[in-house]
Design a protein around this ligand. Structure first.
Ligand code: NAD
Length: 354
């Protein structure tokens, strides 16, 4: 891969997008244009650590606005488009699926149209370098019994409006490769966690509710299993994939860290007991309560990331224990980041689970 690439990141003000942009600016020589609409989930404060870099620029824009995307691409002339912009919260997709259809499906179509137009106008050498990297989720594969793993060959079987919209977008991206020859790569990743995670998602919500002395309302019995990956490991995986991955292929990304939801909540409670014990001497675990499970709640997601490990030499570096400790510590140290989000009361969550 060339030493320095121009990379257009959509959704770079979100949780994973901002981790990717921070990684690209700090640890590589690539140049980044971050295109983000700044919905409730987008937060430019997550980019403060790198915002002054001459290799970083921001453009506020909607991926559904094809004319604006076409103009941005024509001006920046990206060699890679990493497409992360999406509506990402399963509970919100159940209450209001329209936004998910619009952003995740129509928005991806719009990005593909703009990218294809641009790609067709490149010379052969530029064409060979260009790639459209679509970032997706393991939730498109549906649910697993207590054994087995998702691989690149697992058939699609989405169950929630969120996962169905992401599955649709994955199919569109593959169709633009198979039909029009657009050089695409798809990655499907397991649940991410880490710093700068919007406080409606399971792990930050548990941390903040625990600190606020509120009940921790776990869905069902808390026995749903998810594979967890530290967000910085995902950012490194994405970089390996767009630098070295094979066009037309997909790669699934996971941390080999399967946990039940209740295990996740307990790990956070135990970490808090160590680093910020309750003043009254009680254990944080005593705050756990249970609420009715959400409809269509997939039982288990688990990932076999061998292809990525074998072919691209990537490996998760952060263990779940150390990643949780880093995450808890980050929330304790960065109240100025999360307090305004909690106060806007945008945080929407019925129960805890993932
Ligand atoms: P996020 O909700 O934190 O961030 C999404 C970002 O996209 C926000 O900055 C938002 O402003 C932006 N955005 C939304 N609609 C837009 C639009 N119409 N135009 C431009 N920007 C828009 O999401 P995330 O957790 O960082 O997830 C990023 C991507 O990774 C998504 O595609 C998601 O499906 C995928 N993914 C997430 C996880 C996870 O655990 N969070 C796991 C696997 C895959």
């Amino acid at each position: 891969a060339p030493h320095s690439l121009r990379i257009l990141v959509t959704g770079g003000a979100g949780f994973i997008g901002s981790a990717l942009v921070r990684h690209l600016i700090r640890d590589t020589a690539h140049e980044v244009l971050n295109v983000d609409k700044l919905t409730y989930a987008g937060n430019l404060a997550s980019l403060d650590p790198i915002a002054n870099s001459p290799r970083y620029a921001f453009l506020q824009g909607d991926i559904c606005d094809t004319a604006a995307m076409t103009a941005a691409i024509a001006e920046f002339r990206p060699q890679v488009i990493t497409h992360l912009a999406a509506e990402s919260h399963v509970d919100r997709s159940i209450d209001g699926p329209a936004e998910f259809i619009q952003t995740n499906i129509v928005g991806t179509f719009s990005m593909l149209s703009a990218a294809l137009d641009y790609w067709k106008g490149l010379d052969d050498e530029e064409k060979a370098v260009f790639r459209f990297h679509h970032i997706s989720t393991d939730e498109v594969f549906g649910t697993l019994a207590d054994d087995g793993f998702f691989t690149e060959e697992t058939p699609y079987d989405p169950h929630s409006p969120y996962s169905a919209s992401k599955a649709s977008s994955d199919h569109l991206v593959r169709a633009w490769h198979d039909t029009y020859g657009l050089p695409v790569i798809v990655t499907n990743c397991s649940n991410n966690y880490g710093p700068y995670h919007y406080p409606e998602k399971l792990i930050p919500l548990v941390i903040l509710k625990a600190l606020a002395d509120e009940t921790l309302p776990v869905y069902g019995k808390g026995l749903n299993v998810r594979d967890w990956l530290f967000v910085e490991d995902h950012a490194r995986a994405l970089t390996s994939v767009f630098e070295k991955g094979v066009i037309g292929e997909s790669y699934i990304i996971g941390g080999r860290a399967e946990k039940t939801n209740i295990d996740v909540v307990r790990s956070i409670c135990e970490t808090l007991d160590r680093v910020r014990p309750r003043a009254d001497g009680k254990k944080y675990e005593e705050q756990i309560g249970y609420v009715t499970d959400r409809p269509g709640h997939d039982h288990r997601y688990a990932i076999d990331p061998s292809k990525l490990e074998r072919e691209l030499g990537w490996k998760a570096q952060e263990s779940f224990a150390s990643g949780i400790e880093r995450t808890v510590t980050w929330y304790l140290d960065n109240e100025t980041w999360w307090r305004p989000l909690v106060e806007q009361q945008a945080v929407k969550r019925v129960g805890l689970g993932n």
